[in-house]
Design a protein. Structure first.
Lengths: 245, 297
């Protein structure tokens, strides 16, 4: 079984990010970058599936600038077999990422595309579903459990009101939610050791065609400063005065 | 001519989404996937699909695509379901998409939060149609009146997926995204029983909903559908009481639209005090029962 895991390089999800003063972008000066946390969960899940079934082959792919190599190397160190860097300096929106991934899927014919539900930089939550639509494959988003079963996959997914279980034929697209697993920790020596694994750089198969464009970045309105109350009595009195309780 | 299709997976979604539709200012139709049409929301027409429940995304998105022709805008209120289905619909229609719209600048320009709400992006739409998911908090209440014409429609919603299990832990408490009061707890609530007794008991006394942090959900203290934040529910109650919650960026991203935020935390330096309208430095296991007792007086 072939698993393709698309991963995105994102600004450190724990960093305090601000817009640039002129609103033209985001100030990431001096910040660390990481694999999008949901994609790291997807890589971990692929590796766990391989631990149960050695016939599983895992390819990770990232679309972006040369620096994405750092995140692909980390995914290789986690246990992926090979990495593809679709190297481009152009801006991609979600439909363009989905189109490129769909073209790659036709070339590589994976049985399963396992990816993050959302990138923590753009918070779009779009690419997996758009990709599944383009390929006409079934999808299971917000996965919290994935099992390979005869005839396909069994996926437990989180919903607005609880959980549900899907039986899906392959090929399929699955997007990972937080509770799917906790990714293993990889120390630096592990990343260096994975240097012998193949990482191919290649140009994109498709041209990005932007359907949306972000034209300005601004700071959210600040909440008015609050105050500390000294006691439960003072708190309840304040809330009653505002008609909140 | 520009026209909006507002998709209501349940009738309540039409009421939550109507203020956005009215603000957008284009003529609109509402498609009720399940349930009966609500006809006084100013829609030019209402369509009833009459499904008993919403099928898996591949099926329902295909059905929606078959009736989306002629609409320049297709929108639904933001939820896990709408993100699942509408992003697939956008893929089928080769459409533009904007997730989590919080403000309308024009029919082709929208604001949305990115990076856990740290930044607001202004997004220009360059293609038609555009698919939108919308956070209702910024759009107020719908203007009501009139009576839209209702027509039944049928769609092919066949899916490749079999749903083999479903748990909906509804219960009697209000829905988080609709609640006026939310009592929310974090990691120190210890276990599911303690969480339910302390937070659930308080919520029931004030007629509120219960929320939780990711830390609480991950450690099994609270069920997943109660997670509030960047990757959970976005809430906008009149009163949000956060007990034993540190105030991570990811959690705060989900509660910024609350009218009043109260923080109860035993650490006077907890980041949540920077956002709270009222902060009480106290052990929640003392403070919560004390508040409940005071309210009974
Ligand atoms: C990609 C990603 C997405 C995420 N999405 C979300 C999300 O959607 N929602 C979310 O909530 N988190 C999310 N997180 C996690 C987030 O970063 C924090 O880890 C989490 O919110 C912390 O939860 P907490 O406040 O319960 O726990 P902690 O940070 O451990 O805080 C517990 C607090 O309780 C206080 N305390 C302890 N005992 C008591 C007591 N007896 N009485 C009063 N106070 C007490 C402590 O002083 C502390 O401030 C996400 C993280 C990542 C990386
Ligand atoms: N540039 C990219 N390269 C590879 N995968 C990506 C890229 N952008 C998004 N993805 C994948 O799409 C998922 C959802 O992203 P988004 O729709 O942007 O929130 C991510 O978790 C990744 O798995």
């Amino acid at each position: 079984m072939k698993i393709l895991v698309p991963i995105k390089r994102v600004v450190d999800p724990y960093a305090k990010v601000k817009p640039l003063g002129d609103g033209s972008g985001i100030d990431t000066g001096g910040m660390q970058f990481a694999i999008n946390p949901f994609d790291e969960i997807a890589v971990e899940e692929a590796v766990r599936l391989r631990e149960k079934d050695p016939a599983v082959e895992i390819t990770v792919v990232s679309i972006g600038a040369g620096e994405c190599e750092e995140q692909l190397r980390k995914a290789l160190a986690m246990g992926a077999d090979k990495a593809l860097l679709v190297e481009t300096s152009e801006v991609y929106d979600s439909p363009s990422v989905a189109a490129e991934l769909a073209a790659l899927a036709l070339e590589l014919s994976p049985d399963l595309i396992l990816m993050g539900k959302q990138a923590t930089d753009d918070d779009c939550n779009q690419v997996g579903q758009m990709l599944a639509a383009r390929l006409d494959w079934p999808q299971a988003t917000f996965a919290s459990k994935v099992e390979i079963v005869p005839g396909g996959l069994r996926v437990t997914r989180e919903t607005d009101t609880g959980e549900e279980t899907f039986e899906l034929p392959l090929p399929a697209v699955v997007t990972a939610d937080l509770r799917l697993n906790e990714p293993r920790y990889i120390a630096l020596p592990g990343i260096i050791k994975a240097r012998s694994k193949p990482l191919d750089r290649r140009p994109p198969l498709t041209e990005p065609r932007l359907r949306t464009k972000t034209v300005a970045y601004s700071a959210p309105p600040a909440r008015a400063a609050g105050r500390k109350v000294a006691s439960v009595d003072e708190l309840v009195a304040a809330l009653r005065e505002r008609g909140a309780l | 001519m520009s026209k909006l299709l507002l998709i209501a997976f349940e009738p309540i979604d039409a009421e939550s989404g109507a203020p956005f539709a009215q603000r957008l200012g284009l003529p609109f139709a509402i498609l009720f996937v399940t349930g009966s049409a609500v006809t006084d929301l100013g829609a030019a027409s209402c369509l009833e699909a009459g499904l008993a429940e919403v099928p898996p995304a591949d099926g329902i998105a295909k059905g929606l695509a078959s009736i989306a022709g002629g609409f320049t805008h297709i929108a639904a209120v933001s939820s896990m379901r709408s993100k699942d289905v509408l992003a697939r619909l956008a893929g089928l229609l080769d459409a533009a998409m904007v997730t989590d719209v919080i403000a309308v600048n024009s029919p082709t320009s929208f604001n949305r939060p990115i990076i856990a709400g740290a930044v607001i992006a202004t997004v220009e739409v360059l293609a038609s149609p555009v698919v939108l998911t919308v956070r209702p908090a910024g759009f107020g209440q719908p203007l009501r009146g009139g009576a839209s014409i209702v027509s039944p429609i049928s769609m092919d919603v066949a899916s490749k997926v079999t749903v083999s299990g479903k748990t909906a832990r509804g219960g009697s408490r209000p829905d988080l995204t609709q609640a006026k009061i939310i009592i929310s707890g974090g990691r120190p609530l210890k276990d599911a029983e303690t969480f339910e007794r302390v937070m659930g008991g308080f919520a029931d006394q004030v007629g509120g909903a219960v929320g939780a942090t990711r830390a609480a959900v991950d450690s099994g203290i609270a069920p997943n559908e109660l997670q509030v934040g960047q990757t959970g529910k976005i809430v906008a109650p009149d009163l949000y009481i956060a007990a034993g919650i540190s105030g991570s960026t990811q959690h705060m991203a989900g509660i910024k639209d609350s009218k009043i935020i109260v923080a109860i935390n035993k650490d006077p330096d907890a980041p949540i005090f920077e956002f709270a309208d009222y902060g009480l430095v106290a052990d929640l296991f003392d403070a919560v029962p004390a508040i409940q007792a005071k309210l009974k007086e």
